[in-house]
Design a protein around this ligand. Structure first.
Ligand code: GLN
Length: 277
């Protein structure tokens, strides 16, 4: 295979490569050379060694083959924090920051919060980092995901209790003041699963292998037994699922059922409160 970048190429010349999106190109250049964004400017005349040219060519080729940039560099920023990501976890999305903000508004002092299907731990770690008083529990059915999430909690110096659990199965009698989740909500066969970054992400984090509402149904049905009086359940869902999720919550007796829009104007998070009679 011919190399995309030849030894001797200067850092400056590599910032004008046409094959990739300029931002992706810059991220890979920094990653391959161990440079910061400022370093790219101050070292613009540096010429690549043969090793560096080979390494950068390899990274560019992976990106050209469609691999998500977050997996290539092994990290993604979420809620102002850097998170380690591997192909065992969904890549954190900016729209999920809406779920974090809504959760922070509803978390009482020293509140107990549960993140269901934590993946990289992005939601749980963002909550624990912003609210050191909170008692944060996070669960996932994937051991590999939990290992990534534990490293992210440690890297940010926060305490999160991690549970290996298939939804509520290992949560037993625990009670929370808030439950949040970004579950798999893409219907099986949805064409998006075969496009872009999603092709490389864990299927179990994206789809329920059913109608897209299976995980949301289990969470809605199980949460009342684990929520304190008046506590909120907040769930992220797909662009066209807010009415269905509201109907599920209403059917299970939740009150104050409502949805919130993400920055793209899409109803992205739906929630309700559990009021025990
Ligand atoms: N937001 C993701 C996407 O549509 C899906 C994540 C999920 O299923 N929870 O790309």
């Amino acid at each position: 295979m011919s190399q995309l970048v030849l030894p001797g190429a200067t850092v400056a010349s590599l910032q004008r490569l046409g094959a990739l999106d300029p931002v992706d190109n810059r991220i890979l250049l920094c990653h391959a050379l161990g440079l910061s964004r400022t370093g790219l400017i101050t070292q613009s005349e540096r010429a690549l060694t043969a090793d560096e040219a080979a390494r950068l060519s390899g990274l560019l080729q992976r990106r050209l083959d469609g691999e998500p940039i977050a997996y290539i560099v092994g990290k993604r920023e979420f809620y102002g924090l850097d998170f380690e990501v591997t192909p065992a976890v969904l890549i954190p999305r900016p729209e999920t920051e809406l779920l974090v903000e809504l959760a922070l508004e509803r978390l009482p002092p020293r509140g107990r919060v549960l993140d269901m299907g934590t993946g990289s731990g992005a939601i749980a770690v963002a909550l624990a980092h912003t609210r050191p008083d909170a008692i944060v529990t996070a669960l996932d059915v994937s051991h590999d995901a939990l290992a990534v999430a534990r490293r992210n909690a440690a890297a940010h110096g926060v305490t999160v209790q991690f549970l290996h659990s298939d939804w509520f199965s290992a949560a037993t009698s625990a009670t929370f003041d808030l439950i949040v989740s970004n579950p798999p909500y893409i219907a099986s066969g949805d064409r998006h699963l075969a496009e872009g970054d999603l092709r490389f992400e864990p299927a179990g984090a994206l789809t329920d292998h059913a109608d897209g509402l299976a995980a949301l149904r289990r969470i809605v049905a199980g949460a009342p037994a684990h929520l304190a009086h008046g506590a909120w359940l907040l769930m992220e869902h797909g662009y066209d699922q807010s009415a269905a999720v509201q109907a599920l919550l209403t059917a299970h007796g939740y009150t104050d059922v409502q949805s919130w829009h993400d920055l793209a104007g899409i109803a992205r998070v739906t929630g309700g409160r559990v009021v025990t009679p």
